[in-house]
Structure formats: structure tokens, C-alpha cells
Design a protein around this ligand. Structure first.
Ligand code: KDO
Length: 336
């Protein structure tokens, strides 16, 4: 925790400096606002497409949207710090990355909490989010504009179902499961019963291909978009995390915009999130047969066993200790 506080204090001073730079930059450049977005996602990912096809055009009369895909602008997990330091304007952020700065964000990255895409939207728009959003603005200089739907994460393995059938978390003992690099992701990998390995998203295909890892856990649309079906043999539909991202925006750039441009940016972000969500849901509900046609077995494990085991790992955990009193109950109350 001390490290995080130090990190946050360092960021606070960097933010102050960047705010000055932005205001000087903005006043000096009378032309369009430049909005660079960094993501580890591909250009064909539905979140990336929605930002390019909806967000960009909706703000194009006053802002120049410049996406950087496949972690080419900033390495996965470093985007929020880049925004905070004034080196980037936007990112597609995760609750797990925010939890590196504010551990309480791990509640939105906890297995089997969000029930579906609509639940994610109700939670993000509920007053329970206000203190979370304010803290990120005040201490990191990042404004969370909208929530994006990434999808249901499932266990996707190189081994065939005959070699290893995944019914309960006990079946994942010793499985080298790639999870993204942050603490909250590694904790989820362990909660599933596996032995998690941190690895950047852009390295996953080659690690599966070489056998450096046994599996990964992205949603079905990502399995297709990144062709993970070429290097894996099964998907156990654990649905262990109905995953989300946030459209993250520089607070310094936001504060420098007129109220009209702020409203336009907010509307464009909400529209892009809505379009991306619908497209991702349609894809998610239609890809199983295609993936099976590529030789990947897809089946349902003992969901009750997974849900019970994973939830039990969080009770009394270091993450649960950071959750504000009553928030989990409020999130559950917004469920179906
Ligand atoms: C991943 O690295 O598996 C992950 O799905 C984690 C998400 O939080 C998000 O960073 C995502 O990668 C990227 O947007 C690439 O899809």
C-alpha cells in the first residue's frame, strides 16, 4: 500500500505539471484537439471499431481522434500513468489496472460479481460509482467516461478435453493459465484453481503456440479476433468474469474544453460504448459454432462449483478488505 501511495503522490505532482503543459499547448494550438487513444486491443476488436467508427466521427469537427492499437503507443497497463503524466489523452482501461492505484476498484474485477452487460451499465451509472470516479479524477487526473462490454471470460486451453476435462476448479490445479499482469488478474487466476502466469495480451498467441502457457481466458470474440482457436483445443464456459473496460479520458484535457465540447465528447463516448456493446453481444452469442468448426471443443463445466469456489477465495481476501462498506451489496441489488 505504501508503494501505491508513493506512486500516487508522484503522479499528483506530474499531473499538476501536465495540466500546465496542456493549457499552454491548447492555447498555443488554435487548431483541433488531438485525442490519442492507446489500447492493447487490435484494430478489428469491437471496442476499437466502435471508437473509430462512432466516437471519432462524432467529435471530428473539433478533435482529431488518433487510435494506437496492439499496445503500439504504450505497453498494456501503462496507459493510465501516461494519461496522468500528460503524455496521452485516452485509453481503454480496466478495473484491474485502476486497482493498481486504487485497490477498491478490484470489486469491479471480482469473479462472478457482474451478471451481464446491462448490469455493468447499471452499476457504472449508479451513484455508488461517484466516489470511485471522483477519486480517479482527483488523484490520477483521469475521467472515466463510459463503460464498455468486453464479454464473458472462459478458460481456453491448449490441451484437448480428452487430455484434461475441466469440471471444477480442482481440475485446473497446476494448469499454467496466462492472465494479464496486474495483481487483481493474478488473484482471479488463482481463485479459478490454476497457476497464473502474467503475460501481455500481445504475447498470448505465441505463448499458446509454443506451449509456454497452457491457456488463457479471454471472451469468445477475442478468441476469434486473435485466432486463439488455432493454438488451443478447448473452452470450458466458466463465465468467471463478465468483463468490462472504461473509456478513460485525460481530466486536464477535459477541464480545458468548453462545456459544449465536454458534452459532445461524453455523448460520443456513450454512443461508442453502446454500439460496441451491442456488436460484442451479437458476436458472443454467435461464435461458438465457428470456433467448434476450427477444432475447439466448447462445453459447460460445473458452474456452481466454480462460482462457489471463486467467491470463497475473495471472502476475507486482501482485495475484499479494500471494498467500501456496502458496495458489494449495492452492486448485487442492481443485478437481475
Ligand atoms: C487481456 O489482456 O487478456 C485483456 O483482455 C485484459 C483487458 O482488461 C484488456 O486490457 C484487454 O486485454 C485489451 O483491451 C485487449 O483486448
Amino acid at each position: 500500500m505504501t508503494l501505491k501511495l508513493t506512486r500516487r503522490m508522484a503522479l499528483a505532482s506530474a499531473m499538476a505539471a501536465s495540466a500546465l503543459l496542456v493549457s499552454v499547448g491548447a492555447s498555443a494550438a488554435a487548431d483541433k484537439l488531438t485525442l490519442r487513444l492507446a489500447t492493447a486491443g487490435s484494430e478489428t476488436d469491437q471496442r476499437s471499431r466502435a471508437m473509430a467508427e462512432v466516437f471519432g466521427p462524432m467529435v471530428s469537427d473539433f478533435a482529431d481522434y488518433q487510435p494506437g492499437y496492439n499496445a503500439t503507443l504504450f505497453a498494456q497497463g501503462t496507459e493510465l500513468e501516461a494519461i496522468s503524466r500528460g503524455n496521452l489523452e485516452m485509453s481503454i482501461a480496466s478495473a484491474q489496472e485502476l486497482a493498481q492505484f486504487f485497490p477498491e476498484f478490484s470489486i469491479f474485477a471480482t469473479g462472478y460479481v457482474h451478471q451481464d452487460a446491462a448490469h455493468q451499465v447499471r452499476v457504472f451509472n449508479d451513484k455508488l460509482m461517484d466516489p470511485f470516479k471522483k477519486k480517479v479524477e482527483d488523484e490520477l487526473g483521469v475521467k472515466l467516461l463510459s463503460v464498455m462490454y468486453l464479454g464473458r471470460r472462459h478458460v481456453n486451453l491448449r490441451q484437448s478435453k480428452d487430455e484434461l476435462t475441466v469440471n471444477t476448479p480442482a481440475d485446473l490445479a497446476g494448469v499454467n493459465l496466462r492472465m494479464p499482469g496486474t495483481d487483481a488478474w493474478q488473484f482471479l487466476g488463482k481463485a479459478l484453481g490454476a497457476s497464473p502466469t502474467p503475460l501481455a495480451f500481445t504475447e498470448v498467441y505465441s505463448a499458446l503456440s509454443s506451449g509456454a502457457v497452457d491457456g488463457q481466458d479471454n471472451p469468445l470474440p477475442t478468441v476469434v479476433d486473435k485466432k486463439f482457436y488455432e493454438v488451443t483445443k478447448q473452452i470450458a464456459l466458466t463465465s468467471h468474469l463478465v468483463d468490462l473496460n472504461y473509456i478513460a479520458f485525460s481530466k486536464a484535457v477535459w477541464d480545458d474544453m468548453s462545456p459544449e465540447h465536454q458534452m459532445r465528447v461524453q455523448q460520443a463516448a456513450d454512443a461508442a460504448a453502446a454500439v460496441g456493446r451491442l456488436r460484442q453481444l451479437q458476436l458472443e452469442n454467435s461464435l461458438a459454432d465457428f470456433i467448434r468448426s476450427q477444432g475447439v471443443e466448447i462445453y459447460e463445466p460445473d458452474l456452481a462449483a466454480f462460482r462457489e469456489h471463486v467467491q470463497a477465495q475473495y471472502v476475507g481476501s486482501e482485495f475484499a478488505a479494500t471494498w467500501p462498506e456496502g458496495v458489494l451489496e449495492q452492486i448485487n441489488a442492481l443485478g437481475n
